[in-house]
Design a binder for this molecule. Structure first.
Ligand code: ADP
Ligand code: MG
Length: 417
């Protein structure tokens, strides 16, 4: 059987899907044939399969570097359920379980080992990696390695040295939804990818409706919007913990079932609130940008930004959590000039050498809020996409939004039958 047929068979037998999505097959073929790869695909495009299938097809153990424990757990559980041998090593795994996992890996019985980047800091763990047969290293959420990205994690800088210290260099594949050219180049150099097969699928998400509002009263605008769609799932992003708390309280005061999420809450409350939202017990998640990475909730019908984020990379990633099921969804940004001050404040806290780029990105974000041109076109051009049409049929600047609201109602009907 050829590589392509094998990959298709795994797709069907293990994952139960009939065909590949855009870009998946090309990446899988490159990685399976031992070529480094960089996959740049929007949130929800299906990046996980692009490395899970090569990992299953390859002989040894594939190491998957992934930044979030909850994300690792979901993926490992899903793989194990599908009969694939997978495990994860992170701070939530106790010593005894970890040593069982190490033994299984040594015996060649684990196809995918998910690892938190912080684990690579320990010499003991690096030594363990040098003692086993690794054919493939995958770096998920690879933009975390770049200081130009919006979610730099210093622990990602350990990845390249650890790879370089392995007795035999494995194939290295990196994945991200962030597409700016500087981040892409930085990923290639920071991870020392060797002539990677680079695949960028189009960044357009046709089912998303983009809109910027300049409300005089953001609270009133929020309540008004949310009341239109009482029983659907939505995310409201705010820039500070304080805003999250007060918005959540206000919504609840209006009888709306909202929960909150930010880094200042206990692990227990965050977990509970996240689950309420994911299992549709709470309709609205009010959160800072701490919420969302790796969350695979397909039926989010709207993402409202109560505050403008400091760049479009972050905005598009957060807004992109709407409509992963392909049905119409709204991405609405409430702009207020005070948001610029908050964004500047955050940038002033960041390392000095990253600030000039951060201010440029902030300017592009502010321009998005003020443009009268097509919003979708603006975003796609920002991400370097070529041949972007001047007008789309689904953004606040190209259409009459009242019309669009009706479409969302239609989508609700589709969902509820
Ligand atoms: P990403 O990491 O790119 O944001 P995921 O890998 O989490 O996206 O995949 C998003 C969703 O798409 C998952 O529910 C996944 O099972 C589904 N999916 C991926 N590939 C396919 C496919 N070829 N056919 C059908 N569904 C797919
Ligand atoms: Mg992913």
């Amino acid at each position: 059987m050829g590589q392509t047929e094998q990959a298709l068979e795994v797709l069907k037998k293990v994952f139960g899907y009939g065909s590949f999505r855009k870009g998946q097959q090309e990446i899988i073929e490159a990685v399976t044939s031992g070529r480094d790869a960089l996959g740049i695909m929007p949130t929800g495009a299906g990046k996980s399969l692009c490395y899970q299938i090569p990992a299953i097809l390859s002989g040894g153990t594939a190491i998957i570097i992934s930044p979030l424990i909850s994300l690792m757990k979901d993926q490992v559980d899903a793989l194990v359920q599908n009969g694939v041998s997978a495990a994860s090593i992170n701070s939530a795994v106790d010593w005894e379980t970890a040593s069982d996992i190490f033994r299984e890996v040594r015996q060649g019985r684990v196809s995918l080992l998910y690892v938190a980047p912080e684990r690579l800091e320990g010499e003991g763990f690096a030594e363990f990696l040098r003692s086993i047969d690794i054919g493939l290293v995958v770096v998920d959420e690879a933009h975390c390695v770049s200081q130009w990205g919006h979610d730099f994690r210093p622990s990602y800088l350990n990845i390249a040295p650890v790879i370089a210290s392995l007795p035999k260099r494995p194939t290295v594949a990196a994945f991200t939804a962030t597409a700016t050219p500087e981040v892409r180049d930085d990923i290639i150099s920071q991870l020392a990818l060797r002539e990677p097969f680079t695949l960028t699928t189009g960044f357009d998400r046709e089912n998303l409706f983009f809109h910027v509002e300049h409300p005089a009263d953001k609270n009133a605008a929020l309540i008004q919007y949310v009341r239109q769609f009482p029983d659907v799932s939505g995310i409201v992003y705010a820039s500070t913990r304080k805003n999250v708390e007060s918005i959540c309280e206000r919504l609840r005061g209006h009888g709306i079932n909202a929960v909150r999420y930010h880094a200042g809450l206990s692990d227990e409350e965050r977990r509970r609130n996240q689950e309420s939202f994911i299992y549709d017990r709470a309709s609205i998640m009010v959160a800072t940008n701490a919420f969302g990475m790796g969350i695979d909730k397909s039926n989010v019908r709207y993402v409202i930004h109560y505050n403008m984020p400091s760049n479009l990379d972050a905005y598009y990633q957060e807004a992109g959590r709407a409509g992963r099921d392909g049905l119409p969804a709204d991405c609405i940004l409430f702009y207020g000039s005070r948001d610029i001050m908050t964004a500047r404040f955050f940038i002033a806290q960041s390392p000095e050498e990253t600030r000039p780029a951060a201010y440029r990105k902030l300017q592009a974000m502010v321009d998005y809020c003020h443009t009268n041109n097509c919003l979708r076109g603006y975003i796609l051009s920002y991400f370097g996409e070529s041949g972007v049409p001047e007008k789309c049929s689904a953004c606040g600047n190209c259409t009459n939004e009242i019309e669009r609201v009706d479409i969302t109602v239609e989508a609700q009907k589709i969902l509820s039958c």
